[in-house]
Design a protein around this ligand. Structure first.
Ligand code: C2E
Ligand code: SIN
Ligand code: SIN
Ligand code: SIN
Ligand code: FE
Ligand code: FE
Length: 644
């Protein structure tokens, strides 16, 4: 993988990079330290109150906490609690309130007085796919106190790298002493995530060293500062993308969020005893303090600010002003130098400003030598493949209290059907660029109306509704027709000439590319209105979704043709005694479904069932048990993350 110039990394990409390097950090005695930092990052990125890393004991009878924030080391039987359960069966867990979950073991809460509420657990595997432990976060500190899909994604990445670290530690593997490179690269990551390009951190490192030597610090201390200063913005990994990459000036609220990056960086690094990380920690904490006491986060004054902080401040601002940012253009040199004169004794240490001007030629020389052409090569093995999943935003066949209707989020911008976008995504729905419709029934299209209405002013790009010709016709004439709801294809986005929605006619059988390694293809299905199912493919694994259908013939043909389809989601709406209604409304019952599925039995396919009508839920599930034969059946639930 490459960190390209001008490319904004999402939080998960940046984490991936950070963790790869973290895992390579250095010799054996530091593995615990790496795990500690990973746990801190996982906590920061998921806004959790605590993070623990659990390990399966050698005799496989118990699990214990390798890293346990806020509690002493604990050992519990492997069969105990939610973590034990997740480890035993290798399943990820995302739970809103553990006290409503019968598996929860409240012994730890009882003995510590801590009150656990929300929880996520991700099992960790070694290279042979044996489960070696789990990473767990507790108590979301967000407003609704729940973890969500993005948190799960981020924690999954953390788990991958924590697992690697554990495996390396176990193999007592020696790792190259690439520490300097690591720290340097981590800084570059913090930077490239905020769309700021190139050699920023390298220049900051060089300016810092120059100023340090001229100020009178020893050669070794100046070198330490040079190596640590690239990490000044590492805390930015925990700043939400929407703030970090906002293409304009901050509101006071956004400013407050961004200013947390200093403390976050400090939190992530401060537990280490290693000189380099100690220095990095000071720099992360103090690089936005100002000499006159008006900086953040603590408002330190004069020489209360560590010399590393005072030096990095000059290096960082000088470089930031001379560079393009998402929110501003690069300044001309004259204007930059004027600011440094004005801020002498205000923002900056006057002594250092004098040194800066005394060395201005060397400063410009460094700038010329490290122009923005920097690339980092990283080998990613097959790590990414562990991150193939979709999020089931709605799993049921009609809306009912506590039950949501069909919607499958493929990635940030693409979703199949629109039965539950509002509750499922809230404001994140503004990032959707394409809704792939299966058919025009209300439970598959309802939330198109509401996300447009609610988040109209936040949308920056048009939303494309793609479906068969008949489906699109129905939407145009019966739904977004200025009678039932506004015709958004005639309404302009704010600040853009484009309309809020566009329609696109789907070609059945055509492979649409969604990204470098993702594609989608539609196939015709059998329902009361014109309808299709979809095959979504990522890195050579495919998941097939039938949506509403009576016959499964078309699905069989697709599976026959494409042996990358290993996971299917098939509808099953009604209990078997309602077969007549099922046939008339073109839906399946457990009996019909498993009769048809006999064709597939030897193919080793993972079967998921959706679209059950909630009022018949128990009955349908009981019948599935009855008719399923050798099939292992998973009943989809709202909010579930489905790996494939
Ligand atoms: P950065 O862009 O790398 O800027 C680092 C520091 O350089 C800033 O720290 C500030 O002291 C100085 N600086 C950068 N651009 C300007 C400018 O146009 N005018 C002046 N007077 N000073 C400038 P600060 O302000 O604490 O910001 C920290 C980081 O927060 C920035 O790093 C940037 O990532 C982000 N940021 C700050 N303001 C905005 C904004 O309005 N919009 C966006 N999208 N990001 C911002
Ligand atoms: C559990 O997983 O149910 C108990 C362990 C914990 O509270 O962390
Ligand atoms: C950066 O662009 O990565 C550094 C600017 C800052 O200190 O916030
Ligand atoms: C649907 O196809 O899911 C709506 C109509 C029905 O429930 O029969
Ligand atoms: Fe900063
Ligand atoms: Fe339908």
């Amino acid at each position: 993988m490459e960190v390209k110039n001008n490319k904004s990394l999402g939080a998960s990409e940046i984490l991936e990079l950070v963790f790869i390097y973290m895992a390579e950090i250095s010799s054996l005695r530091d593995f615990d330290e790496i795990l500690e930092i990973l746990a801190n990052m996982a906590k920061a990125l998921t806004s959790a109150d605590r993070c623990s890393i659990w390990i399966v004991s050698d005799d496989k009878k118990s699990i214990w906490t390798k890293v346990a924030q806020g509690i002493d080391k604990i050992q519990i039987p492997i069969s105990s609690g939610i973590v034990g359960h997740a480890i035993s069966i290798g399943q990820r867990e995302l739970i809103d309130d553990v006290y409503k979950d019968s598996r929860f073991n409240d012994q730890i809460d009882k003995s510590t007085g801590y009150r656990t509420k929300s929880m996520m657990v991700i099992p960790m595997y070694d290279y042979d796919e044996n489960i070696i432990g789990a990473i767990q976060v507790i108590n979301s500190k967000t407003k609704n106190e729940k973890f969500d899909y993005r948190d799960m994604e981020r924690l999954t990445l953390a788990s991958t790298y924590a697992a690697e670290t554990l495996v390396s530690a176990k193999l007592t593997k020696e790792i190259d002493d690439t520490q300097k490179e690591v720290v340097f690269t981590m800084g570059a990551i913090g930077e490239s995530r905020s769309k700021e390009t190139g050699n920023h951190v390298k220049r900051v490192a060089e300016y810092s060293k120059l100023l340090a030597v001229a100020y009178g610090l020893s050669e070794s201390e100046s070198e330490l500062l040079k190596e640590a200063s690239p990490m000044h913005d590492i805390g930015k990994v925990a700043i939400p993308d929407a703030v970090l990459n906002k293409p304009g000036r901050f509101t006071p609220e956004e400013r407050k969020i961004m200013n947390k990056h200093s403390e976050l960086g400090y939190e992530m690094t401060r537990h280490s005893e290693r000189a380099l990380l100690r220095a990095a920690s000071i720099i992360a904490y103090e690089h936005h303090e100002k000499y006159d006491g008006t900086g953040y986060p603590r408002g330190l004054k004069g020489e209360e600010i560590h010399i590393y902080g005072r030096i990095t401040a000059i290096a960082d601002v000088f470089d930031a002003l001379g560079s393009d940012r998402v929110y501003k253009k690069a300044w001309e040199d004259k204007r930059i130098l004027k600011l440094f004169k004005e801020e002498r004794g205000k923002h900056f240490d006057p002594k250092l400003v004098d040194i800066f001007f005394d060395n201005i030629d060397k400063i410009f020389e460094i700038r010329d030598n490290f122009k923005d052409t920097f690339k980092t090569e990283i080998s990613t093995k097959d790590l990414k493949e562990k991150h193939r999943h979709i999020k089931v935003l709605g799993a049921y066949g009609t809306k009912s209290k506590g039950f949501a209707t069909s919607s499958f989020l493929l990635n940030k911008t693409n979703v199949i059907d629109a039965g539950n976008l509002l509750d499922g995504l809230n404001e994140e729905s503004i990032y959707l660029e394409k809704i792939w419709l299966t058919h025009s029934h209300l439970d598959h299209i309802s939330d198109i109306a509401y996300i447009l209405d609610n988040y109209f002013s936040l949308r920056e790009k048009p939303l494309t509704i793609i479906g068969t010709m008949e489906t699109i016709q129905t939407l145009k004439s019966c739904y977004l027709n200025d009678q039932v709801w506004p015709d958004f294809s005639k309404i302009k986005l704010l600040n853009s000439k484009e309309m809020v929605i566009k329609y696109e006619e789907l070609s059945l059988g055509k492979i649409y590319s969604l990204s470098e390694n993702e594609s989608i293809k539609a196939f015709k299905t059998d329902h009361t209105v014109d309808s299709c199912g979809y095959i979504y493919k990522k890195q050579d694994h495919a998941i097939l979704i039938t949506s509403d259908t009576y016959s499964l013939q078309a699905m069989f043909e697709e599976i026959e043709l494409d042996n990358e389809i290993k996971t299917i989601i098939v509808e099953c709406s009604f209990p078997s005694d309602m077969e007549k209604l099922a046939k008339r409304s073109k839906h399946l019952t457990p009996k019909l479904l498993f009769e048809e599925l006999k064709v597939l039995q030897k193919k080793n396919i993972n079967l998921f069932i959706n679209h059950i009508k909630p009022m018949y839920l128990e009955k349908v599930i009981a019948e599935i048990e009855l008719y399923k034969g050798d099939w292992t059946v998973n009943i989809l639930k709202d909010g579930e993350i489905l790996n494939f």
